[in-house]
Ligand binder design. Structure first.
Ligand SMILES: [Zn+2]
Length: 279
């Protein structure tokens, strides 16, 4: 992927290097309880969990860090998603409001609760932010065997795909459907939502190709990453067996198929994973 020397997004909150202080603790009983809980869990002093930064700014570093290729890479990918989705929404006379992306290490607070590295990258619809610990990129390479810059871009684009679902109101409608669906039904809906985010990542990849910023082999890197983080493969590795009804993201084959569908068609309406019979 051609990203060096290109313009990056300014919608990045850099909370790295703040240790436990990445968790800005608000006042009140809730904040105090959280501090005591964190202290009890980790055996560290409660003071370690109290943010020393100004309350209106939970310790966000200002300015773009120098000589930080990973930061630069993520900011360029995020900017590309802003351009691509901005243009797609403009076609239907809508203006796109992009998500912010929070870089953190270890743990950080989000409007969806405490975000932790072990959860992997995630999107929080309540604050419309993507949360990413860059150590996941190394994990993608070393643990999941999916190296390459476009594998990483796919991860960012997938989370932005969830933002698109929120922005268009789909996530809200799904949330109420999930509440009525029972556990098995809720998992099935979750799988379809995840596969659609994969397909949206593919649509993004399609336009990246059209703009000439992809290299040969980039699409394959993305597909390899999608295969590597399928539920069946993760379950087989973690517990030695596969339980399809507990899937929440889809199998490797499904994730590859939907990413590919987006990559090849470049069409948002090709991403209707909710249609009857879609697999
Ligand atoms: Zn997802």
């Amino acid at each position: 992927m051609k990203w060096e020397g290109r313009e990056g997004s300014s919608n990045i909150e850099d909370r790295r290097g703040m240790g436990g202080r990445g968790i800005a603790v608000g006042g009140g009983v809730g904040g105090l309880l959280l501090v005591l809980l964190m202290s009890a869990l980790t055996g560290r002093s409660p003071a370690d969990f109290i943010s020393t930064s100004a309350p209106e700014d939970p310790g966000v570093r200002s300015g773009v860090p120098e000589n930080d290729p990973q930061y630069k890479f993520v900011s360029v990918v995020l900017k590309d998603t802003e351009d691509v989705w901005g243009q797609l929404f403009a076609k239907s006379n809508r203006s796109y409001e992009p998500p912010a992306l929070v870089l953190f290490d270890g743990a950080t607070e989000s409007a969806c609760g405490l975000g932790q590295s072990a959860m992997g990258p995630f999107y929080c619809p309540s604050d419309r932010k993507v949360y990413l610990d860059l150590s996941f990129f190394r994990e993608l390479d070393e643990r999941f065997g999916a190296p390459g810059d476009f594998a990483r871009a796919y991860v960012v684009a997938h989370e932005v795909g969830h933002h698109i679902q929120t922005f268009t109101g789909l996530s809200d409608r799904l949330q109420s459907a999930r509440e009525q669906a029972g556990r098995r039904g809720a998992n099935a809906l979750s799988v379809r939502q995840e596969l659609q985010a994969d397909c949206y990542a593919g649509v993004f990849g399609y336009y990246e190709g059209k703009r000439g910023v992809l290299d040969a082999g980039d699409a394959e890197e993305g597909l390899m990453a999608a295969a590597a983080i399928g539920d069946d493969r993760l379950q087989r590795e973690a517990q030695g067996r596969v339980v399809p009804e507990s899937f929440t993201h889809g199998s490797s084959a499904q994730r590859v198929m939907w990413l590919k569908r987006g990559l090849e068609s470049g069409r948002v309406d090709a991403c209707n994973t909710f249609e009857n019979g879609s697999r």
